[in-house]
Design a binder for this molecule. Structure first.
Ligand SMILES: Nc1ncnc2c1ncn2[C@@H]1O[C@H](COP(=O)(O)OP(=O)(O)O)[C@@H](O)[C@H]1O
Ligand SMILES: [Mg+2]
Length: 474
């Protein structure tokens, strides 16, 4: 077994894991619970395929969902096959992989190679604008529409198909705003995050690109497959449709991205699309104590539409699980902080304690309580610095250097000049879009823009000239 040639200090694979890792190239679905070694199997399989000379490292594509998970995959692969070889593999999030494709073939995807990517908060701003153009200025409606657009794109449904779904007044208005939203994105030479997948799927419907990518990636491995939405699944399916060398690992009891259109059906339907798929179940948990595994298995029994699998572990029971009910989030947070404080007092290291919460908003009460109880903590997953106004301002300026058509970037950067407001931004955008859409150029011509005068025109002009000068130096 290839394991023997490695210096890796990992314990040996169990029998089911080995079966998955060493099954011949072809469709393979690994269904398993948390802590059963799914990610380990995925990385070991990528390594095994290379070691057996079944595919070259440069032809391996390993996909997961978060940047954090991708970094972990890279780390584990590096330890398995060596960092040089691991670097030859393509390892990343599904969005990063789709982004790579769309950036490379930007013109065919309907953008220039310098297109901007709008994060959900930027997308929301455009949605709000689009809806207000339809006569609705209501934050809740804008939020609802943003959600609908996200869901539509996750199902590869465009504005026309969306309009055809339902003919209530509200959905028709939404459909019109959806069209406007798409136009705004195009005018700014921008895509939202869902578009990266939608456009990548479209690129894979072009025969030459499909051939090229199917040839380029001869092994496709997807971790956390239960969190894949329809569009993402379609992208994966097309990529793997030729050689069919697709490994997916997932847990139908763990689909946590339902709210953003992840579809557990993908996992359950894998065998429909790949009827000859080998299915391996991993049922032994290596991560948790006996009580935790039993409790989780019992809870999972209540899930609908799940595969039969029963997690177990030979690990000792461990400390009992305590359930604490609190009247509100403040007291819940205080109880949590007190619990942590107590452990710290007993000599438990702060790094050994994790506090999980479901949504970002719940973090505030917790942070307050932890601060008050003087519990040292680190908030994981917070984008912190990137979301501060100063950094966003800076990024808006840098964006204009590469994409002078980005309206949101202009709307953020330009009003930072003294005496320049939203009205002036609008005038620049109108002026720019009547020409080639280059807003930096439009700023530089500020003195010819109707409605801009005096110091305001000077400020806009200077802004345009400075950005242009810097852009020329790139
Ligand atoms: N065969 C094994 N023997 C001992 N430990 C294992 C084995 N397989 C996996 N583990 C360990 O169990 C933990 C969970 O593995 P991981 O691959 O992250 O599981 P999953 O992705 O299913 O949650 C890791 O610490 C891993 O090293
Ligand atoms: Mg995992």
């Amino acid at each position: 077994m290839a394991n023997a040639t490695r210096s890796s200090a990992l314990p040996p694979l169990d029998e089911c894991q080995r079966e998955a890792v060493t099954s011949p190239p072809g469709p393979l679905l690994v269904v398993a619970g948390a802590g059963s070694g799914k990610t380990r199997v995925l990385t070991e399989r990528a390594a095994w395929l290379c070691e057996q000379d079944l595919v070259g490292a440069e032809a391996v594509l390993v996909i997961t969902f978060t940047n954090r998970a991708a970094a972990e995959l890279r780390r584990r692969l590096g330890a398995l096959v060596g960092h040089g070889r691991a670097r030859q593999m393509t390892v990343g999030t599904i969005h990063a992989a789709c982004h790579g494709m769309v950036r490379r073939h930007a013109r065919r995807a309907g953008r220039t190679p310098r297109f901007s990517i709008y994060d959900p908060s930027e997308a929301r701003r455009l949605v709000t604008q689009a809806l207000s153009d339809e006569g609705v200025s209501d934050r809740r409606e804008a939020k609802a529409l943003a959600l609908q657009i996200g869901k539509a794109k996750a199902r590869l449904v465009g504005p026309e198909a969306y309009a055809a779904l339902l003919s209530t007044e509200r959905t028709q208005r939404f459909a019109r705003a959806f069209v406007r939203y798409e136009r705004y994105l195009a005018a700014s030479d921008a895509l939202d995050l869902d578009d990266l997948v939608v456009r990548a799927v479209a690129l894979l419907s072009e025969p030459d690109l499909l051939d090229g990518y199917q040839d380029r990636f001869r092994a496709v491995l997807v971790d956390e497959f239960q969190d894949v939405n329809r569009a993402q699944y379609e992208w994966i399916r097309r990529l793997a449709a030729g050689h069919r060398n697709l490994t997916a690992t997932g847990d139908d009891d763990q689909a946590i991205y339902r709210f953003r259109s992840a579809d557990v059906r993908n996992l359950l339907d894998f065998e429909r699309d790949f009827p000859d798929a080998r299915v391996v179940a991993l049922e032994r948990n290596y991560r948790s104590s006996g009580r935790i595994v039993r409790c989780a298995a019992q809870l999972a029994e209540h899930n609908e539409r799940r595969r039969r699998k029963r997690m177990w572990t030979p690990a000792p029971d461990g400390v009992p699980i305590a359930v604490v009910t609190a009247p509100d989030e403040r007291s819940e947070a205080r109880a949590t902080a007190a619990w942590c404080r107590e452990r710290l007092g007993q000599g438990v290291a702060a790094q050994a304690i994790a506090v999980l919460f479901r949504t970002r908003a719940q973090g505030t009460a917790l942070e307050d309580a932890l601060l008050e109880a003087a519990v040292p903590y680190r908030l994981v997953g917070s984008r912190g610095l990137w979301e501060t106004a100063a950094v966003r301002d800076l990024i808006a300026h840098l964006t204009l250097l590469v994409n002078p058509r980005d309206r949101l970037a202009l709307a953020r950067a330009l009003p930072l000049r003294k005496g320049v407001g939203a009205k002036a931004v609008e005038r620049v955008i109108v002026h720019g879009s009547e020409r080639n859409g280059d807003l930096v150029e439009a700023c530089a011509r500020a003195h010819t823009i109707v409605g801009l005068r005096g110091r305001q025109a000077d400020a806009v002009h200077e802004f345009g000239r400075n950005v242009r000068t810097l852009a020329e130096q790139l």
